[in-house]
Design a protein around this ligand. Structure first.
Ligand code: ZN
Length: 175
């Protein structure tokens, strides 16, 4: 059974629940600290390493986070969350399903500037990042998921954004 997708990537990642906002994130176990993607709370990896689950490879980590976040969207899990962010995440995932039939949306240019700011902020925090991270941050920058794929496509075409063999993205630096 190959559940991991990319079997080559066996780097251990910790999937954990943010102790402030109760949302799930992942971090390479060798990393010292990790800022929660959703609330910015900083975690010391050695203090949370026993509270989460270790999975191998970033793809598996991202998928596990998605699964757990989907469970948070289930009403019976919602009471666990101090700040009820689950409905927003559920809305995002339903938009994701719709996204596939509206790839090219001429509204995308209205969001170019916001998208560039998102990429700049993301590249300050991570040298490379999976699509999931771009999607997770899009709503904070008021970018609808319906135009995100188009924006990413333009970014790659204009060589602002680089996609590597592991399907991770990085931002070309200006200097
Ligand atoms: Zn958090």
């Amino acid at each position: 059974m190959n559940e991991l997708g990319f079997t080559k990537d066996t780097t251990p990642y910790l999937v954990f629940k943010c102790n402030k906002c109760k949302q799930y994130s992942y971090v390479k176990v060798t990393q010292k600290t990790k800022k929660c993607l959703r609330c910015g709370h900083s975690h010391q990896v050695k203090l949370i390493v026993n509270s989460g689950m270790i999975v191998n490879g970033m793809t598996a980590a991202v998928n596990r986070v998605k699964e757990l976040q989907n469970q948070l969207g289930d009403p019976q899990f919602r009471t666990e969350s101090e700040f009820i962010m689950a409905p927003r995440i559920r809305e995002q995932s339903s938009q994701l399903h719709k996204k596939s039939r509206m790839i090219y949306n001429d509204g995308a240019e209205n969001y170019l500037e916001a998208f560039n700011v998102l990429l700049r902020d993301l590249s300050h925090r991570y040298s490379s990042f999976p699509l999931y991270l771009i999607e997770a941050m899009a709503s904070d920058y008021k970018i609808p998921l319906s135009v995100l794929k188009d924006l990413i496509f333009r970014g790659i075409t204009n060589k602002i954004l680089i996609k590597d063999n592991n399907n991770h993205y990085s931002v070309r630096s200006n200097d």
